[in-house]
Design a protein around this ligand. Structure first.
Ligand code: BGC
Length: 348
């Protein structure tokens, strides 16, 4: 079968080539891949900055944003041929740590977890893939191609879940959320904020184009320019750019008792232009919480699938801005200005 593979930590090593059929050890469910979403992590891996190949091989099948159709499943698996599924990314560490022991692999504390298509396990970027029943999420056919958004939505579902847990420390309910970054993660974070009945604001750099349009169509307010000029004092910030200098401006704009949830990372380094003592003072005197959130639990995938099922399917479909056949998958890894979510069609 054909697959998109990469030699981790070696830039320009990505290629589409023939690989052996998936190993039955990867799971009893055999899936025909339909779509594979591309995200910043994949671009980072392809750029030679991140990623680990499985033990005993130097190439990794890329891809963790999956969507496919079940071809074969054991009768006691709860799945049948024809079911539409998304695979979970992370697997618990083998020790296991106290978090992985209770399937909270997204809180793995010894770093020995593995991730499909990222860390020491082949991903979902192949014509066929296998998955264990307990790491498969059934999706409704009515979602159509938007099912490929379940994985990125699971990441923001966790971010919102944790934000809400932290929000319980203050009596005043949150009313306003600012999402920084109008990429797929930012737009999906905005969608979940909107579904919670909050006043949603999204900040990005683009003055016009698909992203500002999508924000408006969601019923949220779009802002661009500099963060210091922003007229909103959000109770919650969901940071989705990973741009360090912006992160350190956020304590100055969040409301008292606010929560800043960081979901993005970026390669490259930047010097701190703010005074660290002033940031410290601001955080203490305003009761501000700043926290990071990564990956997702099985529950977060289920929350994601149900959030997407409630969303306007026409809006979700517009998030998929470019579709590239597997044979030309390298084009999908080459970012274009107005890209939102680029997907690889594993059937073409
Ligand atoms: C994935 C997460 C993963 C993280 C770090 C993200 O792109 O969506 O599932 O945990 O990368 O590897």
């Amino acid at each position: 079968m054909q697959a998109l593979t990469v030699h981790p930590l070696q830039a320009k090593s990505a290629e589409v080539s023939s690989v052996p059929d998936p190993n039955p050890g990867e799971g009893s469910i055999l899936v025909r891949g339909r779509l594979l979403g591309v995200c910043g992590t994949d671009i980072d891996i392809v750029g030679g900055n991140y990623g680990w190949s499985p033990e005993g091989t130097d190439r990794l099948i890329l891809g963790h944003e999956s969507f496919g159709e079940v071809l074969e499943a054991p009768t006691d698996s709860g799945f049948s041929p024809g079911d539409l599924v998304v695979g979970i990314v992370r697997r618990p560490d083998p020790v296991p740590c106290s978090a992985c022991a209770v399937n909270a692999w997204d809180f793995c504390d010894n770093g020995e977890y593995t991730e499909r298509g990222i860390k020491s396990r082949h991903g979902y970027g192949s014509q066929h893939w296998r998955v264990e029943p307990e790491f498969a999420i059934r999706v409704d056919a009515s979602l159509g191609d938007a099912a490929v958004l379940v994985e990125p939505t699971s990441v923001v579902a966790k971010a919102w879940e944790q934000t809400e847990i932290l929000g319980r420390r203050t009596p005043r309910p949150a009313r306003t959320v600012l999402v920084t970054g109008a990429g797929p993660i930012g737009l999906l974070a905005a969608l979940l904020g909107h579904q919670r009945g909050l006043d949603v604001h999204v900040f990005d750099q683009m003055a016009s184009g698909t992203k500002p349009e999508l924000v408006k169509q969601l019923g949220a307010t779009y802002h661009y320019g500099t963060i210091a000029e922003l007229k909103v004092r959000p109770d919650i910030v969901i940071e989705c750019t990973g741009y360090g200098p912006l992160v350190f401006d956020l304590p100055n704009i969040v409301a008292p008792d606010g929560i800043i949830c960081l979901t993005g990372i970026s390669s490259g380094s930047h010097a701190l232009s703010q005074d660290p003592s002033a940031i410290n003072k601001e955080l203490v005197l305003q009761n501000t919480v700043v926290f990071g959130s990564v990956n997702a639990s099985r529950d977060n995938y289920l929350q994601a699938a149900s959030a997407l099922a409630k969303a306007d399917i026409r809006w979700l479909s517009k998030l998929i801005s470019r579709r590239v056949p597997l044979s030309r998958a390298l084009d999908a890894l080459d970012r274009q200005a107005d890209d939102v979510k680029v997907v690889i069609d594993l059937t073409a």
